[in-house]
Design a protein around this ligand. Sequence first.
Ligand SMILES: CC(=O)SCCNC(=O)CCNC(=O)[C@H](O)C(C)(C)COP(=O)(O)OP(=O)(O)OC[C@H]1O[C@@H](n2cnc3c(N)ncnc32)[C@H](O)[C@@H]1OP(=O)(O)O
Ligand SMILES: CC(=O)C(=O)O
Length: 527
Amino acid sequence: MEKVFLYDTTLRDGSQAEGVSFSLEDKIRILQKLDEFHMDYVECGWPGANPKDTVLFERIKKMKLHHSKVVAFGATRRPNRKVKEDPQVENLVKAESPVVTIFGKSWDFHVTEALKTTLEENLSMVYETVEYLKRYVDEVIFDAEHFFDGFKHNPEYALAVLEAAIRGGADWVVLCDTNGGSLPHEVYEITKKVKEKFPQAKIGIHAHNDSDTAVANSLMAVLAGARQVHGTINGIGERTGNANLCSIIPNLQLKMGMQVVPEESLRKLTDLAHFVAEIANVPLPRNMPYVGESAFAHKAGVHASAVLKSSRTYEHVDPSVVGNRRKVTVSDLSGRSNVVYKLREMGIEVDERSPELIKLVEKIKDMEKEGYHFEAAEASFELLCKRHFGLVRNYFDLDAYRVLIAKRSTDNTPVSEATVRLKVGELMEHTASLGNGPVSALDRALRKALEEFYPSLKEVQLVDYKVRIVNESEGTSAKVRVLIESTDGKRRWGTVGVSENIIEASWIALTDSIVYKLMKDEEEGII
Ligand SMILES: CC(=O)SCCNC(=O)CCNC(=O)[C@H](O)C(C)(C)COP(=O)(O)OP(=O)(O)OC[C@H]1O[C@@H](n2cnc3c(N)ncnc32)[C@H](O)[C@@H]1OP(=O)(O)O
Ligand SMILES: CC(=O)C(=O)O
């Protein structure tokens, strides 16, 4: 298999995304993670451009990496200046990284309009900077900024810029679609022409996603002969982002027969995507190919039915190969197969044609019609199924609850107070509690009543609470759906309640959360 080198620029071009700001420690953690992943090149930043990146390269000098080459990024020398007198270039040498990438203009329009210099001077800037850096650095990569736009306007000049970099000793020349306006067929044709012109040169591709084709453009460049692919994890980057390595890697390796990363790394791809999303504080879209939560989720009954027979019927690759997992969801679009699949996950085997199963499917559809949404509340769904088959013990019986909300003119915020009366076995408990709002007061009163009997409930915390209006159809009063997310430090679970009354909907979701915790503790032998 032919090797394609991966070049990650999450820490440099990725940090140019609006809203992303990596701290020094964030950058170190991502670099370590990319090294573990066997990323070939990791572009860490622009030394000298800001104090954080300067310190970062100092820190990196003391780090031991196992698989990745660290890259310092910068520009060609400024116009009309000696290269060794340009502090920006000197900072690149001082970074002491084994690889330096410099970008230079390859579109004549940019040379005259942005750099305000002559086409000849720009060629000298490219040649001299590469030649100078090659004296100090093992590997010099030249990013030909705006290469495709430049080639379309003035191919001779765009090629002359590459020629200057190659003559200077550049190890790689990288064709950049800086404005992201090129389409796959153009990238293929232009890359092929570059390959024909410079058959000995090693070529790379750096694509931006403004036309939503950055991944396709990168793959087409590889087809045309590029062997270094630039991109970022999850495609974060300036404007609409860079080519998404989380799609490029599996596409190259699983579908185009290229050697990219070890199989073990590929199995860590989903983990890597979530790790970077978390640190960048950019939520990973559910529908992100390969690594998103829904990338292998089957919702429609027809799909679930076929997937149960053979997963290949509705999956382009096995999710485990990229470290993701198959998921079957349950909703009003489900058939028996979705439910059978979920029951199997719970350890319940049931005949597909049994009346019990048919009744359960009908119950689910009726509840979804009422406003329940089980996709987002897997714990309530599990309770519903297990209750249906008589597998949930009765931990307590509610006698009554009451919630009071009061605000006097002298109060800044209203005071919420809840009382709960319930029976555990033969014992009646009656508790009251205050809370920041009615739901937290109810939650506290409920747990106060139960903690004496079930001490593990002390570990439970509510971490999210969402309310939606669910039916606005004529003739019915609006219902609300409450979704609650809880955690006990070990696991996280979602529950749902629907009612015309927001407190009652919250109560249903709250009690499901408590019962789910008790059921799981009992299954694990904790209570
Ligand atoms: C396509 C890309 O994404 S390239 C990477 C872009 N990344 C960044 O810009 C992020 C980091 N940048 C920075 O921190 C700052 O812009 C710095 C420190 C590099 C420069 O800051 P300043 O000196 O204040 O300049 P400023 O940002 O206003 O303008 C950029 C300068 O770079 C020059 N420049 C642009 N491209 C090149 C190039 N290929 N080679 C040399 N100089 C270049 C511009 O002409 C401009 O110079 P001018 O002010 O003399 O016209
Ligand atoms: C170099 C670079 O980031 C670009 O041309 O897009």
